[in-house]
Design a protein around this ligand. Structure first.
Ligand code: GDP
Ligand code: MN
Length: 399
């Protein structure tokens, strides 16, 4: 189940933004964040360090977590030290456990007043697909090891679903805050933070707000030391600032290309490129690929309104993914006619002269014409008449 959730949640349908932008949103809704600013040159870093009184935390701004362990977060004790660190970081690529080996470019750093850390908590708000509503996720074991905690001590992570008809209730916020081991005053601050997160989440159509760590400072105050906010891309039209904030350099070239053509693209780590239309068919396709003893390299969803050029583009993107050893097309031709799909596939194979094996299960409108187009093209296509036929044919293509 997690894998399906991953496809439609972490994939092309989620708009990411930088930490400094996430914190700006949180601050606007009343969540305390450290004082600081973003910088794109060592000189600016020095200036902000001086404003903050000398010491500062300098943090790489990239669309990936795990920066702390990868050398992308540093406490500096003087403007000079800040400059030196920023010189070594800006313009390089940061590789963390959440990036590929090629890493992501660091073009900006966030320079902030250091928090005086007493404890590090985890507090997130996301969508629980099975409960069909928002859910708070909280743990007293926040910080850099949270993924490990989730695996080894799942009981250390609390979940609290919210009924959107009534919103976050005071008793729920109290229950979460108590579970975090906070004293009475801190429980009230935590409840205010949760109320602000919920308001932001609902007003801005978010899919995720993750604060990790939410720091309990030595003076007892709470502050969001790291934050990540993601938006549902279907809601971009009424969240224009997210489009302006979008940083294509943080995305892989294939992701950028796909989004330019309005194609939903999700990269996975298997060997079968999957061209589908619609989320339901994508899930079924995932099972079929599994049944053939393989795993998907990617999913491309061209949607209903695609034309031949868009289908060709999607197939082109798949063919340029070095992990793809075989392509599976599983499309039900409706609004998107089968013959258009066929013409797009033929065009992409013509353009690239690719010899990657092709398994096609195509049903629906104009399917006979689609077959004729593919037959005439001379492409080596293995046709699956039904879904049940797909597994065997795909397995065969993989040898
Ligand atoms: P991530 O590794 O990409 O999640 O980056 P974070 O911003 O979460 O930073 C990683 C870790 O650095 C945090 O869990 C903290 O332990 C530490 N850290 C970050 N900012 C501060 C700070 O202002 N003060 C202190 N003492 N530690 C910090
Ligand atoms: Mn973090």
């Amino acid at each position: 189940m997690l894998e399906y959730a991953l496809i439609f949640w972490a994939g092309g349908s989620v708009i990411k933004i930088h930490e400094y932008q996430s914190k700006e949103l949180l601050a606007n809704f009343g969540v305390p964040v450290p004082k600081g600013r973003v910088a794109s040159s060592p000189e600016e870093v020095a200036e902000i360090c001086r404003e903050l009184g000398g010491t500062a935390v300098v943090k790489a701004q990239v669309y990936a977590g795990g920066r702390g362990k990868a050398g992308g977060v540093k406490l500096v004790n003087s403007p000079e030290e800040g400059v030196e660190y920023a010189r070594g970081l800006l313009g390089t690529r940061l590789v963390t456990v959440q990036t590929g080996p090629e890493g992501v470019p660091v073009q900006r750093v966030l320079v902030e007043e250091p928090a005086q850390v007493e404890r590090e908590l985890y507090l997130a708000l996301t969508v629980d697909r099975s409960a069909q509503g928002p859910v708070f996720i909280a743990s007293a074991a926040g910080g850099m090891e949270i993924e490990e905690v989730a695996e080894t001590q799942p009981e250390a992570i609390a979940r609290e679903g919210v009924d959107i008809a009534v919103g976050l209730q005071a008793f729920q916020a109290r229950r979460i805050a108590r579970g975090l081991g906070l004293d009475a005053g801190q429980q009230r601050s935590a409840a205010r933070i949760m109320a602000a997160m919920y308001k932001l989440f609902m007003e801005r159509d978010l899919t995720l707000i993750e604060i990790n760590p939410l720091v309990v400072s030595k003076d007892g105050s709470l502050v969001a030391v790291d934050a990540k906010v993601s938006l549902e891309d279907d809601a971009l039209f009424r969240n224009k600032d997210f489009s302006d904030w979008r940083d294509p350099e943080q995305e892989t070239p294939l992701e950028v290309e796909a989004s330019e053509y309005g194609i939903a693209y999700v990269k996975l780590d298997g060997s079968v490129g999957c061209l589908v239309n619609g989320a339901g068919l994508a899930m079924a396709t995932m099972d079929l690929v599994r049944g053939a003893g393989a795993t998907p390299a990617n999913f491309l969803d061209v949607g209903g309104g695609a034309d031949e050029a868009k289908v060709a583009k999607a197939v082109n993107i798949m063919l340029s993914d070095p992990d793809v050893e075989s392509i599976l097309v599983n499309i039900f031709g409706g609004i998107l006619r089968s013959d258009i799909v066929a013409r797009g596939i033929v065009r992409a194979y013509d353009e690239t002269k690719s010899e990657i094996p092709l398994t096609i299960r195509l049903q629906g409108v104009q399917v006979d014409e689609a077959r004729a187009v593919l037959d005439e093209s001379g492409l080596q296509v293995s046709f699956a008449e039904t879904l049940l036929d797909v597994e065997a044919r795909l397995a065969e293509s993989l040898g």
